[in-house]
Write a protein that binds this ligand. Structure first.
Ligand code: AHR
Length: 506
């Protein structure tokens, strides 16, 4: 057997579940330069904008078909009071953002966020304040947004410029309630979740999708308690629609053996292995949390919502530490592709996911540097994966050539295949080996012929530590890829080290 050759078979005749487009979601928090500068520049800014929202960023997010955007946090959500962010902007409360130690002007509030979602063409996901707020405050926010005009709150919305209900259906009920959201026990949070969600109303056609705070990483006991307490029919068990999971590949949380934050752009072979193995550990997390959920919810009505994930490194020394700004390499692009592949592999339970965070913070899609904007390597991964949105997953089998290291194991090549509504088939391949090329053979069962690749693109880098900057915005970028051949019904492709490749067939 040639170790640098892998055979995969795509079963085009065995359709699996639909890949919910919401697993390609994003997350924006009032943290560092994510909202202010990254999204909001204000109407008077020389940076081109529409109603204060920067146009270059909106266009870049539209291009990757962002399906949803979670806001305003994160930890900030449990300190946020929505009334501070509505009404005339010049009268809004200027205050300290206690969570992240910055000044909060509240210039970007509810209406600005929903304008952003409309400009991007995505659905809003609002995380309500359970930690320092009240039931009344959260239920009022829902009414303010979703009730037809005719109530005091909906009339106020109309007076603030939006007579039509917004119809926001995705609601997080608190964030990390085991930590920054209130340091609660799962039993206590379960009671609070039921109390809050009980008062969040369904207005007109908007049936809410209520997301409970789920576990950190491998806290299976948390999942067990929340699932037990929030699906018990005695307690009106139908109020929970989603259970969140947060997993940062940061070297601090399991499966870390020697906890430490790593630099983003200086790494050796051991660091590469650590990040990949920590990324693939998500497979175990999804499997085990799903098994608990299956026991309490065998019909799989409740979705697993991975509403924060991504690489978390040492902050870039060129920026204040509380900005959580880090640069990005092809390593993070490969990690993102592995992660998306795992969400797709677990599509029976994973209903939504949000990479943290969309701009300038942690595992970002976009960096802004004043008036300049740069697409990160991970933006290109999300771009390459757009054909999988709402497509039907097709099984892919093959020897993954698992690599086992001190920090865990990860596959040499991870592959995903899907069939879109128009019948086209897309295959994405993530190659994790940083030094050696690999040849992949793909066969397709149940397809009359695979002679015509509609399109192929590849994302790779000349050097593993290459980064995109305002001066070199396209150093790590995807390029057309046609370097594959056909041997009868078999497709043969050689992948360079550390790359993500996509091909679609009509
Ligand atoms: O994404 C940064 C922070 O990480 C979020 O505010 C919090 O939910 C998580 O701990």
């Amino acid at each position: 057997m040639n170790p640098d050759r892998i055979a995969f078979a795509v079963a085009a005749d065995q359709p699996g579940p639909k890949i919910n487009r919401h697993i390609f979601g994003q997350f924006a928090e009032h943290l560092g330069r994510c909202v202010y500068e990254g999204i909001w520049v204000g109407e008077d800014s020389p940076i081109p904008n529409v109603r204060g929202l920067r146009s270059d960023v909106v266009a870049a997010l539209r291009a990757i078909k962002v399906p949803n955007l979670r806001w305003p946090g994160g930890c900030f959500a449990d300190a946020y009071h929505w009334r501070n962010g509505i009404g005339p902007r010049e009268k809004r409360h200027r205050m300290r953002n206690d969570t992240w130690g910055q000044i909060e002007t509240n210039a970007f509030g509810t209406h600005e966020f929903l304008d952003l979602c409309a400009q991007v063409g995505c659905e809003p996901v609002i995380c309500g304040n359970l930690g320092s707020g009240t039931v009344q405050e959260m239920r009022d926010w829902v009414e303010y947004l979703n009730a037809p005009v005719g109530t005091v709150l909906s009339n106020e919305r109309a007076a603030n410029g939006h007579p039509a209900p917004y119809g926001v259906r995705f609601w997080g009920v608190g964030n990390e309630s085991w930590g920054c959201g209130g340091v609660m026990r799962p039993e206590y949070y379960a009671d609070e979740f039921r109390r809050y969600s009980n008062f969040l109303g369904n207005y007109e056609k908007t049936r809410l999708y209520r997301i409970a705070t789920g576990p950190a990483v491998d806290d299976y006991a948390w999942t067990e308690v929340i699932m037990r307490e929030c699906t018990n029919p005695r307690f009106n068990g139908a109020v929970m629609d989603g259970l969140s999971l947060h997993y940062y590949m940061n070297g601090l949380t399991p499966p870390a053996k020697a906890p430490r934050l790593m630099p983003a752009t200086k790494f050796d072979a051991a660091d590469w292995n650590r990040v990949m193995a920590h990324g693939w550990f998500l497979d175990e997390l999804l499997t085990k949390h799903t098994a608990i959920m299956d026991r309490h919810d065998p019909q799989r009505r409740i979705g697993l919502v991975v509403d924060e994930w991504g690489a978390w490194y040492e902050n870039d020394p060129s920026h204040p530490a509380n900005e959580l700004y880090q640069q990005q390499t092809i390593r993070d692009a490969v990690l993102a592709a592995l992660t998306l592949n795992l969400f797709i592999a677990h599509a029976e339970r994973v209903s939504m996911a949000n990479v943290a965070q969309v701009i300038n913070v942690l595992h970002a899609m976009i960096f802004t540097f004043g008036d300049k904007m740069v697409r990160t390597p991970s933006w290109h991964v999300f771009d390459l994966y757009t054909p999988h949105q709402d497509a039907i997953r097709l099984p892919v089998t093959g020897d993954l050539q698992m690599r086992t290291h001190e920090d865990g194991a990860y596959p040499r090549v991870s592959a995903t295949a899907s069939r879109a509504a128009d019948g086209s088939i897309t295959v994405t391949l993530a190659h994790t080996d940083p030094t050696k090329p690999v040849t992949v053979e793909l066969t397709f069962a149940g397809l009359p012929a695979v002679g015509s690749a509609k399109a192929g693109r590849m994302l790779t880098a000349s050097a593993l530590t290459d980064i995109n900057t305002p001066d070199t915005p396209n150093r790590v970028t995807s390029v057309p890829w046609t370097d594959f051949s056909f041997d009868g019904a078999k497709l043969i492709a050689t992948l360079p080290p550390a790359c993500i490749a996509v091909m679609s067939f009509a």
